[in-house]
Design a binder for this molecule. Sequence first.
Ligand code: 13P
Length: 259
Amino acid sequence: MRQKLIAGNWKMNGLSEEGLRLAEGIVDRRLRDIEHGGEISRACELLLCPPFTLLAQIRPFLGGTGIALGGQDCHPELSGAHTGDISAAMLMDLGCEYVIVGHSERRQDHGESDDLVRAKANAALQAGLTPIVCIGETESQREQGQTQAVLRSQLEGSLPELDGREAMRLVVAYEPVWAIGTGKSADVQDVTDAHSGIRSYLAECFGSDLAQGVRVLYGGSVKPENAAKLLSLDNVDGALVGGASLKLEDFWAIATSCP
Ligand code: 13P
């Protein structure tokens, strides 16, 4: 059985004081849960993806908690003359275990192509990180009935080159662009269809047994009110949470919604 992954993508939010307070709050909840038998900790793995600037400061708080740390992006090469960029090897060096690649905000704001996302995911694997590869259709693609075709084409273009036996080292996040930051989450049918399409594609790539090992997260306006419903769906193996991950109570409520 796949353990659920609840990941907080803080995006470009968090100066030291508030960022550390939030991380400390999550650590505190987690430790209290462990003390009381660890029911929530068994139900889900927690991952924090703060901005790069806070990774080194947050890392020491996470020791002994099992809470993982991740970057929000990486360069497709592991080192070199790329002013201002951060490599997957650097994230690994800071104690990260995961990195998000191909988030729609990067695809949009920085014109990132599927090819580039694939190169970043390959670099992540090479450095020893687990890439969280984001895909998702826009509102107009959805209205034109293109969701499944768009997801398939993004998967074809952006998944890393991975031996099937290593498929467990991959996480896919379905984040419909129209649901991100809008308060309007995809409904049960949208999510069910998208996630089963993704699982079928993974089965074509890796065979159905190995495809079962890949976690497929949902992201887009996940909040305490809709988390339990979304997280109980087949093929939904966790959530990639934006806005609600910046509020301790909300993030923790989402984590405690894992069945
Ligand atoms: P929101 O949860 O704010 O909609 O953001 C989702 C997201 O983009 C997570 O990566």
